[in-house]
Design a protein around this ligand. Structure first.
Ligand SMILES: *[C@@H]1O[C@H](CO)[C@@H](O)[C@H](O)[C@H]1NC(C)=O
Ligand SMILES: *[C@@H]1O[C@H](CO)[C@@H](O)[C@H](O)[C@H]1NC(C)=O
Ligand SMILES: *[C@@H]1O[C@H](CO)[C@@H](O)[C@H](O)[C@H]1NC(C)=O
Ligand SMILES: *[C@@H]1O[C@H](CO)[C@@H](O)[C@H](O)[C@H]1NC(C)=O
Ligand SMILES: *[C@@H]1O[C@H](CO)[C@@H](O)[C@H](O)[C@H]1NC(C)=O
Ligand SMILES: *[C@@H]1O[C@H](CO)[C@@H](O)[C@H](O)[C@H]1NC(C)=O
Length: 445
């Protein structure tokens, strides 16, 4: 779709228990009044642009004029120009939203002609006219339902009203002026009102087909896709609309071309004040757990580490006093760590915080004549807690290390000193909280 995704001021909220009304919704997005105003402004200005020039069907009439006889008149080439929106409002009702706009300074141009028979000759005349439209208002109320996991938009009411038409005829006989106005002004008014209504209905139909064609899943990469199927009908509350989506990660098509994540295209920004918060997004922990399960199943949560900030630690020589057997068997060999999750990392969300635990196997390998030889394995359990935050253009978060434990699973080189474990598997976590991004957990092979 060509619609640009716009910078939105987004607030992220995390919740634990799925709300009872929305059993299968794991993400809900609430568009606040300022978000609705933002969307309305876009929609209205786009509509006003596409509405003009608007051609109105020709009108033909006959009238019987004293002293003149039967006159056939036509108003043709009626075109509406220069619609400008003065102000517009959007309000949320029980079943949908109502958008109303006051328009200013619309004008119409048209051609007129008439003919009548006087004795044996036919008298014709033609010219043009311009019409100023004063006080024009347009209103449309739209409802939205969930149909098969997509949003179905319907126009419940659409109306257009013009207060006054100020018609200026160029040319023509003087008697014709009042005749024309009597015969045509109501017709022109109705025709223009109908043409505008029709155009708005067409626009709504386009919007509906845009909504209907929204994808039901968005591929994150070749492993995971987010199920963005709408669940439940949108909930229209006082000055906000809530949309619920399934939100869980599902396996993506193997052939999928990786695209930005659902939120990847939306610019996150720190909310400037309560009035500017346009969109509230709530996620529950199942969203995180579903993606962690997929990555785990795909075998992506493991990594061979051969570079660390303190590179000298990845050489057996550094350990010759602490783990003498290691150095004796493999003198001056490079070491590699195979860090691999033993179960999907699990995420729990409670008020104001996220807790995550990861169970890992860390296998210590040495590079012995080009061959990787496992020498010991530890099982490591890490629990972190933190809060997600929207900062700049990133969805990030601060993560604090809560709990760290390890046990030696097996070893071919005797007992390992604890320093090895702390230094090598969690180099930056000694005491100080470390910044972390969710994506860094999801390291690719
Ligand atoms: C009618 O609107 C057009 C477009 O805005 C403008 O150029 C033109 O001057 C207007 N005519 C009158 C008579 O106001
Ligand atoms: C636009 O403003 C006028 C005057 O301030 C007001 O009467 C009218 O109701 C407003 N229209 C809308 C749609 O807000
Ligand atoms: C309307 O008619 C006047 C003269 O009758 C002419 O000068 C003017 O160009 C015409 N305008 C249009 C838009 O045809
Ligand atoms: C809902 O989707 C199913 C399968 O995709 C389709 O067969 C059915 O016609 C759809 N129903 C409506 C009302 O669109
Ligand atoms: C996506 O979510 C909808 C609604 O919860 C569900 O009916 C559908 O089966 C899900 N799709 C997949 C592929 O899991
Ligand atoms: C890393 O360890 C895991 C399990 O401990 C094992 O399945 C995987 O094959 C190892 N990776 C490499 C590259 O040795």
């Amino acid at each position: 779709m060509g619609t640009p995704l716009l910078p939105l001021l987004v607030v992220l909220q995390l919740f634990t228990a799925p709300s009872p009304a929305a059993a299968s919704a794991h993400i809900s997005a609430v568009i606040s009044q300022s978000g609705l105003d933002f969307a309305k402004d876009l929609l209205v200005s786009h509509a006003a642009e596409t509405l003009t020039p608007l051609s109105v069907p020709d009108i033909e009439k006959s009238a019987s004029i004293p002293l003149v006889g039967t006159v056939r008149m036509t108003a043709s080439g009626i075109v509406l120009h220069g619609l400008a929106v003065t102000n517009s409002t959007v309000a949320v009702g029980d079943t949908g939203v109502v958008v109303a706009a006051t328009l200013a300074r619309a004008n119409l141009t048209m051609e007129w002609s008439y003919s009548y028979n006087a004795w044996v000759v036919t008298i014709t005349d033609r010219g043009n006219a311009s019409i100023q439209v004063e006080g024009m208002e347009v209103g449309v109320s739209m409802g939205m339902k969930n149909q098969n996991g997509s949003l179905k938009l319907s126009v419940m009411e659409c109306g257009c009203y013009m207060k006054e038409l100020d018609i200026t005829l160029n040319g023509g006989a003087s008697w014709f002026y009042q005749v024309f106005i009597d015969a045509f002004s109501n017709h022109i008014r109705t025709s223009v009102e109908n043409a505008i209504t029709k155009k708005i209905m067409e626009g709504a139909l386009k919007l509906d087909s845009f909504l209907g064609n929204l994808p039901k899943k968005i591929d994150l990469d070749s492993v995971a896709a987010m199920n963005v199927t709408f669940v439940n009908d949108p909930i229209f509350k006082r000055s906000s609309v809530e949309f619920d989506i399934d939100g869980l990660f599902i396996p993506s098509d193997e052939t999928a071309v990786p695209r930005g994540m659902l939120l990847g295209d939306i610019k996150f920004a720190l909310p400037l004040g309560s009035s500017s918060k346009m969109l509230w997004i709530s996620l529950d922990e199942d969203v995180f757990n579903s993606v962690s399960a997929l990555y785990f199943k795909a075998g992506l949560l493991q990594r061979m580490v051969d570079k660390i900030p303190d590179q000298f630690l990845l050489n057996t020589a550094s350990w010759r006093f602490l783990v003498p057997q290691l150095y004796r068997k493999y003198p001056d060999d490079s070491m590699l760590l195979n860090i691999s999750a033993t179960s999907p990392p699990s995420v729990r969300i409670s008020v104001g915080r996220i807790d995550a635990t990861v169970d890992l196997d860390v296998t210590v390998n040495v590079l012995d004549f080009g061959k990787i030889v496992p020498v010991a394995c530890m099982s490591v359990s890490v629990a972190v807690s933190g809060a997600a935050a929207v900062s700049g253009n990133n969805l990030g978060g601060r993560v604090d290390l809560d709990y760290f434990s390890f046990t030696l699973k097996w070893s071919k080189v005797g007992k390992l000193h604890t320093v090895l474990v702390q230094a090598s598997s969690c180099p930056s976590s000694r005491g100080s909280p470390s910044e972390m991004h969710i994506s860094s957990l999801l390291t690719q092979k």
